[in-house]
Write a protein that binds this ligand. Structure first.
Ligand code: ZN
Length: 373
């Protein structure tokens, strides 16, 4: 037995690679670029190319999310938005050396929905999320992954692959929208959505990506914020024929005449915005809530009457399925150059530039970590 243990120890030592990773210690503030050991597994070995940085990462680093937990030990490897390249694969794998892949974030627990690949609709919360809760993330040089949780990506996608994870949320919004609109005849009388307006609240990367995706399915899109936008965001909107409404102007009437509100997507999570949406959306409108910051309050009961009178559908949307990831990769590949989606990536930084988690670069839409810099 002693001999076995010793052999196992040697074997483990032999199959361990040192690599760099960005780690946090759940329960405390801070993020560190650390040398850690990667133990070989009989899975796909992926070299990380890019990671996207989002608000969740910044909240984790600042110890604002109570559900953050490590996979093993006291540290959690950060990062849930990633594009990587396969550098080793077991025989009979569906991936081969050099393939580009994007890993899925949420991993199934044991509930019925998790068992059918819809862990995005998990009913008991017993899932894990890479880089967030119970599973190490992808802000590291390499990772091993089960092929079922890797999305194949066209190589030509380049750094846009770092946007697959946030875009899959938008693809789930499209899926939810399609099912809600099917309760009545909702399309225009030429069978398209060209007479319909989608209003997107929030001008961060998720807001801009939502605008482009909903434009691609035929909507006229208005994007809303309560302050004027920086030049670089306006440029993306102009280029793609998206309207902007600064809600601090309070000039709703004119903006609604220009583009009616039939679908509203809120990426901000504020009660004030929700109240405005219910007031201004058309009859039979669809409201999709995605923002989770949950600020403000709704105290007026007439609000409920409006929802009922207008036959509104309201849905909360969280995470996305493997199909939503595949659709996201397809969207970014097909529309990348048509919509100049690269303009969404406003800075590229090295892994050691950890200041990025405490400080947003000016006019940031999306910052990515480039592991080859
Ligand atoms: Zn579940």
């Amino acid at each position: 037995m002693m001999v076995m243990d010793h052999q196992q120890e040697l074997l483990q030592f032999y199959w361990m690679i040192k690599m760099k990773a960005l780690v946090v210690k759940p329960g405390s503030k801070g993020v560190y670029l650390k040398d850690i050991d990667l133990i070989t597994e009989n899975k796909i070995k992926v070299k990380t190319l890019y990671n996207g940085i989002c608000g969740t990462d910044r909240e984790i680093v600042n110890n604002k999310l109570p559900f953050v937990r490590p996979e093993n030990g006291e540290y959690l490897i950060l990062g849930h938005e990633a594009l990587g390249q396969v550098i080793d694969a077991p025989e009979n794998s569906k991936f081969k050396l050099g393939d580009f892949v994007a890993p899925m974030v949420r991993r199934p627990g044991n509930c019925m929905l998790c068992k059918i690949g819809r862990q995005d609709y998990c009913i008991d919360g017993n899932f894990a999320e890479a880089g967030i809760r119970g599973k190490d993330g992808f802000m590291r040089e390499y990772f091993y992954e089960d092929e079922n949780f890797l999305i194949p990506v066209e190589k030509e996608i380049g750094e846009l692959g770092a946007l697959i994870e946030p875009t899959k949320n938008v693809m789930k919004m499209v899926e939810v929208f399609q099912s809600l609109k099917n309760r009545i005849i909702w399309d225009c009388d030429d069978s398209t959505l060209n007479c319909k307006g989608a209003w997107i609240f929030g001008t961060g990367s998720e807001g801009v990506l939502s605008s482009l995706v909903f434009k691609s399915i035929g909507f006229n899109v208005t994007i809303v914020n309560r302050h004027p936008l920086p030049e670089n965001v306006l440029k993306i909107l102009d280029k793609n024929g998206l309207k902007f409404f600064d809600s601090s102007s309070k000039n709703w009437k004119e903006a609604l005449e220009e583009n009616p509100m039939d679908l509203a997507i809120d990426a901000a999570g504020s009660a004030d915005i929700f109240i405005q949406v219910i007031d201004h959306i058309n009859y039979n409108g669809i409201v999709i809530l995605f923002g989770t910051s949950g600020t403000g309050s709704i105290s007026d009961g007439s609000f409920i009457t409006k929802i009922v009178d207008k036959n509104l559908s309201i849905a909360g949307v969280e995470d996305g399925s493997k199909k939503n990831y595949i659709d996201a990769a397809k969207f970014l590949f097909e529309y990348g150059s048509k919509y100049s989606i690269n303009d969404i990536i406003t800075s590229r930084i090295k892994p050691e530039e950890t200041w990025i988690f405490n400080e947003k670069p000016k006019d940031e839409i999306k910052t990515i970590i480039d592991w080859n810099l």
